[in-house]
Design a protein around this ligand. Structure first.
Ligand code: BTN
Length: 270
C-alpha cells in the first residue's frame, strides 16, 4: 500500500448502513453489528458464539460501560471517540496457538497505522504504543478470550480497543495513554480504521492458518520494541533483564543479569 496520511474524521460513522457497503472482506465483518452502547463488545460476541455464530462476526460499539482490558483492568470506553471492536474466530487449532494470533492482530493494526504515517511500536504481548514527548504511550490493546476443550479451540473472541480521538484520559491512566488524534494533531476516521483492519487481518489470519505461528512472529517483529531493559512480575517475583526476542510460540525471552534466558508466557512488562 502507498503510504498516505490518515483519513480525517468527516466520515466517522460506525453504523452498519455506513460500514457494510464499504466492506470488501470475504468473512470478517459478516455479519457486522454496531451497538450505540453495551457492557463489552467481547461479551456480545461471546454470546453470539455460544449460539453457533460463524467465524467473522464483528460487533463494534460507540461506548462500552464495562470495557475490559487484560489482567482484570478496565478499558476506558467513552462514547463518540474511539474504536471498540470484537471479532469471532474459530481457528482449527490447539489453544497454544492463541498467543501468536494475538501478536498477529497487533502487528496488522501497527502496519495500518504505519501506512497512515503514524509511528507505532508493539510492546509484548499486546500493546500498541505511539511516541510522545514524554516517551512511548499506549494507544491500543488487544484482549483475546477463548472457549476451548482440552485440545481444541471452540471459539476465540479477539477484542481490540484503539484510542482514536480521545483528547484526555482518567487520572489513573493519563500518564500512560495517548490517542491517534493526539499524535496526528487532527481527528481520525474510526470507520476507515475498522474497515482497513478487517480487510488486512482477514488476509493475515488466513496466512497464519496455512503458514503457522512463524508468520505471526515474523510480522510482529517488524514493529516490536525489543532489546531494551524490562521488568516483569512472575509468580510474585520480579524478573529484570533484556527483552531479547519472542519464541516460536509467542513467549517473550528475557535475558537476566546473570546471563540466563527466561521464557515469559504472560504478565505485564514495564
Ligand atoms: C488491554 O490492553 O488490556 C486490552 C484492551 C482491550 C479492549 C477491547 S475494547 C473492545 C473489546 N471489548 C472489551 O471489553 N475489551 C476489548
Amino acid at each position: 500500500m502507498t503510504p498516505q496520511g490518515p483519513p480525517g474524521a468527516p466520515d466517522d460513522d460506525l453504523r452498519s448502513a455506513h460500514v457494510a457497503p464499504r466492506l470488501h472482506t470475504g468473512r470478517f465483518g459478516r455479519p457486522y453489528h454496531f451497538l450505540p452502547t453495551c457492557a463489552s463488545t467481547n461479551d456480545e460476541v461471546a454470546a453470539h458464539a455460544r449460539r453457533d455464530a460463524a467465524e467473522g462476526l464483528v460487533v463494534t460499539a460507540d461506548q462500552q460501560t464495562g470495557g475490559r482490558g487484560r489482567l482484570g483492568r478496565t478499558w476506558h470506553s467513552p462514547a463518540g471517540e474511539n474504536l471498540y471492536l470484537s471479532l469471532l474466530l474459530r481457528p482449527a487449532c490447539a489453544p497454544s496457538a492463541l498467543p501468536p494470533l494475538t501478536l498477529l492482530a497487533g502487528a496488522v493494526a501497527a502496519k495500518i497505522l504505519t501506512d497512515w504515517n503514524l509511528r507505532p511500536t508493539l510492546k509484548w504481548p499486546n500493546d500498541i504504543l505511539l511516541p510522545t514527548k514524554d516517551g512511548p504511550r499506549k494507544v491500543a490493546g488487544i484482549l483475546t478470550e477463548m472457549a476451548s476443550d482440552q485440545h481444541r479451540i471452540r471459539h476465540v473472541v479477539l477484542g481490540m480497543g484503539i484510542n482514536v480521538n480521545s483528547l484526555g484520559f482518567p487520572s489513573d491512566i493519563s500518564a500512560r495513554a495517548t490517542s491517534l488524534r493526539l499524535f496526528a494533531g487532527r481527528p481520525l476516521d474510526r470507520a476507515a480504521l475498522l474497515l482497513a483492519f478487517l480487510q488486512a487481518f482477514e488476509t493475515s489470519y488466513d496466512r497464519l492458518m496455512v503458514e503457522g505461528p512463524a508468520y505471526a512472529i515474523e510480522t510482529w517483529r517488524n514493529y516490536a520494541a525489543l532489546g531494551g531493559r524490562c521488568r516483569v512480575e512472575r509468580e510474585g517475583k520480579m524478573l529484570e533483564g533484556l527483552a531479547l526476542d519472542v519464541d516460536d510460540d509467542g513467549a517473550l525471552k528475557v535475558l537476566d543479569d546473570r546471563g540466563q534466558i527466561h521464557r515469559v508466557v504472560s504478565g505485564e512488562i514495564t
